[in-house]
Design a protein around this ligand. Structure first.
Ligand code: ATP
Ligand code: LTN
Length: 334
């Protein structure tokens, strides 16, 4: 039996190298071997205030970027979360088995809520919606970056609680799958914070997948490093900038630590390092932008693919949510 994989990404704009190396690249790499569901989680993005026109554009644009990055709709189910009503329904049902305290201790909630003037209920409830996404498909694996590990662990707790309250074995207990390299790419302007979509509008913070090659080179050239000149991997906080550039290089080339350090053994300082890192980044990302532009010229085809994806997702998610309702004691319509 093939393993089932589920993952999601928010249409909050400016998809960046962290999203690509931490998640999307790995979705693409294993799509032939498994049964894959990749979801554009538009309902999740509403947990932080969004401009409606912007959200509308970003959702379709993200679908085009994912296809351009290699997601193959013949091998995966790519769909928009709000097209499959079972997701919002499952979130409500799971809300009613999830203790409030479990949500209040989520680090992403704590980080994001301090940045908001008024914290929305949806932001607290975000991980329950995510648990529903995963559990509706009985996913075995959830490929995500490091920051989402806690949410997948919470999903396991919610599934176990549901199973023990209602029916052992009802939900498959999922595993987070975190890449060995690239799980936490740091900001180029500040290597102490994770590269993030919500900061990607700041000049020099991120390499955005849709940047042109010159912009990519400029952002990497400007990356914060340190006053030394030694090019090697390091856990020391003051060397985080150089380490981040080496991690990016390693994740893209697939080379070992020793091979990467050997590549830079004769480099003349950080200038050389930045030039070489920029080269491999441009080489791997430039084709995505070209394909993206092509796809945006065919909006009807994009809509057709997304409609097909939602249809496929519904065939799994709708019966599962109906079973949830039934075992919880709700009366299904006759
Ligand atoms: P936001 O800043 O709006 O919260 P985000 O950049 O965290 O957005 P998401 O859509 O929440 O992006 O995440 C999509 C996927 O990318 C997730 O699997 C997440 O773990 C991964 N990811 C996000 N940022 C990074 C990063 N800096 N390094 C590696 N993986 C990342
Ligand atoms: N919270 C995730 C996005 C997400 C997700 C999911 C990831 C929503 N539902 C289900 C994996 C599985 C994030 O990346 N911020």
């Amino acid at each position: 039996m093939k393993k089932v994989v589920f993952s999601g990404i928010q249409p909050t704009g400016n998809i960046h190298l962290g999203n690509y190396l931490g998640a999307v690249k790995n979705w693409v790499a294993q799509q032939a071997e498994k049964v894959n569901y990749f979801c554009i989680v538009d309902l999740h993005s509403l947990t932080i205030p969004q401009d409606p026109a912007d959200l509308h554009f970003q959702t379709r644009s993200l679908a085009a970027v994912l296809l351009a990055a290699g997601i193959n709709p013949d091998k995966c189910t790519l769909f928009i979360q709000s097209h499959v009503a079972a997701h919002a329904e499952a979130a409500w049902l799971l809300n009613c088995v999830t203790p409030l305290g479990w949500l209040q201790r989520m680090t992403q909630f704590k980080d994001k809520s301090v940045k908001q003037e008024s914290v929305l209920t949806g932001l607290l409830d975000y991980p329950v919606l995510m648990a529903g996404d995963i559990l509706l498909y009985d996913a075995h694996e959830v490929p995500v970056g490091e920051d989402q590990k806690q949410h997948v662990e919470l999903t396991r707790d919610i599934a176990q609680r549901f199973n023990s309250l209602y029916e052992q074995g009802f939900f498959t207990i999922p595993q987070p799958v975190i890449p060995e390299v690239g799980a936490r790419i740091m900001g180029l302007d500040d290597p102490t914070v994770k590269m993030s979509k919500s900061l990607a509008h700041i000049r020099g913070h991120a390499v955005r997948l849709l940047d042109d090659p010159d912009e990519i080179r400029r952002s990497i050239k400007r990356a914060v490093t340190d006053s030394g000149n030694e090019i090697r991997f390091s856990e020391e906080p003051e060397r985080a900038g150089v380490n981040n550039l080496l991690v990016i290089y390693k994740a893209i080339t697939g080379k070992s630590v020793a091979e990467v350090e050997a590549d830079f053994a004769n480099a003349r300082g950080y200038g050389d390092l930045k030039t070489r890192v920029a080269e491999v980044v441009v080489e791997s990302i430039a084709p995505i932008r070209q394909r993206y532009e092509q796809l945006l010229k065919e909006p009807a085809e994009l809509d057709r693919l997304l409609a097909r994806g939602a249809e496929q997702a519904r065939t799994v998610a709708t019966p599962k949510v109906d079973q949830m309702k039934e075992i919880m004691g709700l009366v299904l319509p006759a």
